[in-house]
Design a protein around this ligand. Structure first.
Ligand code: PEP
Ligand code: MN
Length: 263
C-alpha cells in the first residue's frame, strides 16, 4: 500500500490544515524533551515569531541509560497542548506504549514512533488503528525495505496519514552521531508516495553541519526538515550538545529557507 506502484500521486498529510508532502517543504522544530511549561512556552513563542507552525517535544524519552531523564510522560503531553493552544501551533511527540496511543490523540496532533521502536509491531498496529498523522522514524540499523514495511503495518490498518523520517543510521563513522543517509531520500520518494522528512539533529548530532545537511536533504527531495531547539541548550535534560539556541535556530532557518538551487 505504501508503494508507488499502488498509488502514483504523492500522499499529502494534513496536520490540522498544515500540509506535508507534494508541495513546499516544512520546518518542524522544538526541544528534544518537554522539561517544563515555561521551557516549552519560551520555545513556542520564538518559533511563532519565526513563522513555524509545527512544534516537536518529547514527553516519553527512550534513553540509552535508565538513569538519564526519562521525560515527563502524560504531564509533558498536557504541557504541549496547553502551549500549542495558546500559540496556535501543531504538536508532535513520541509515544512508546501502544496503550498510550489513543490517550495521546487528545493532546497532540502527530504521534511520533521513534527509531528504537520502528519494529515494535504492536505499537505500529496501534498507530494504524487511529486516524491521526504518524511520524515514523527510520530504525538505527533498519534497511529501507524494513522501514517501508514498518510503514505498511500502519497503512494496512487504515491509517494512511504516515510520514517517513530519515534520522541517520549506524555506521563505523564516528565524526557524526549517526550517518545521514542522503541516498535514502530519493529512493524513498521513488519507492513510496508517503512524505519523507529528515531529522538533521539526530542524524548528525552536530550543530555546525546542520544547515548544509538540511540543504542537501531538500535538494534530494525531502518534504521537510526537523531540528531541535532549546532556550538554553547547555542546561537541557537531553541532547544538550546538539540543540540550537534561539539565535542559532533563526540563523539556521533563514539560511535553509533562502536556499534554492535555481535563483
Ligand atoms: C527524538 O526525535 O526525540 C528521538 C528520540 O529520535 P530517534 O528516535 O530518531 O532517536
Ligand atoms: Mn533529541
Amino acid at each position: 500500500l505504501v508503494s508507488r506502484k499502488k498509488q502514483k500521486e504523492d500522499t499529502i498529510v494534513s496536520i490540522r490544515g498544515v500540509e506535508v508532502g507534494g508541495g513546499s517543504p516544512i520546518m518542524i522544530a522544538g526541544p528534544c524533551s518537554v522539561e517544563s511549561y515555561e521551557q516549552v512556552r519560551q520555545v513556542a513563542a520564538h518559533l511563532k515569531t519565526s513563522g513555524i507552525t509545527v512544534m516537536r517535544g518529547g514527553a516519553f524519552k527512550p534513553r540509552t541509560s535508565p538513569y538519564d531523564f526519562q521525560g515527563l510522560g502524560i504531564e509533558g503531553l498536557r504541557i504541549l497542548k496547553e502551549v500549542a493552544d495558546e500559540f496556535g501551533l501543531r504538536t508532535i511527540s513520541e509515544i512508546v506504549d501502544p496503550a498510550h496511543i489513543e490517550l495521546a490523540c487528545q493532546y497532540i496532533d502527530v504521534i511520533q514512533i521513534g527509531a528504537r521502536n520502528m519494529q515494535n509491531f504492536e505499537l505500529l498496529k496501534a498507530a494504524g488503528d487511529i486516524r491521526k498523522p504518524i511520524l515514523l522514524k527510520r530504525g538505527l540499523a533498519a534497511t529501507i525495505d524494513e522501514f517501508l514495511h514498518a510503514a505498511e503495518y500502519i497503512v494496512s490498518r487504515g491509517n494512511t496519514q504516515v510520514m517517513l523520517i530519515e534520522r541517520g543510521i549506524r555506521t563505523y563513522e564516528k565524526a557524526t552521531r549517526n550517518t545521514l543517509d542522503i541516498s535514502a531520500l530519493p529512493i524513498l520518494k521513488q519507492e513510496s508516495h508517503l512524505p519523507v522528512l529528515v531529522d538533521v539533529t539526530h542524524s548528525t548530532g552536530r550543530k555546525d553541519i546542520l544547515a548544509p545537511c538540511a540543504k542537501a536533504a531538500l535538494a534530494a527531495g525531502a518534504d521537510g526538515v526537523m531540528v531541535e531547539v532549546h532556550p538554553n541548550p547547555a542546561t537541557a535534560l537531553s541532547d544538550a550538545q546538539q540543540q540550537l539556541n534561539f539565535e542559532e535556530f533563526t540563523r539556521f532557518y533563514d539560511d535553509v529557507r533562502n536556499f534554492t538551487l535555481v535563483p
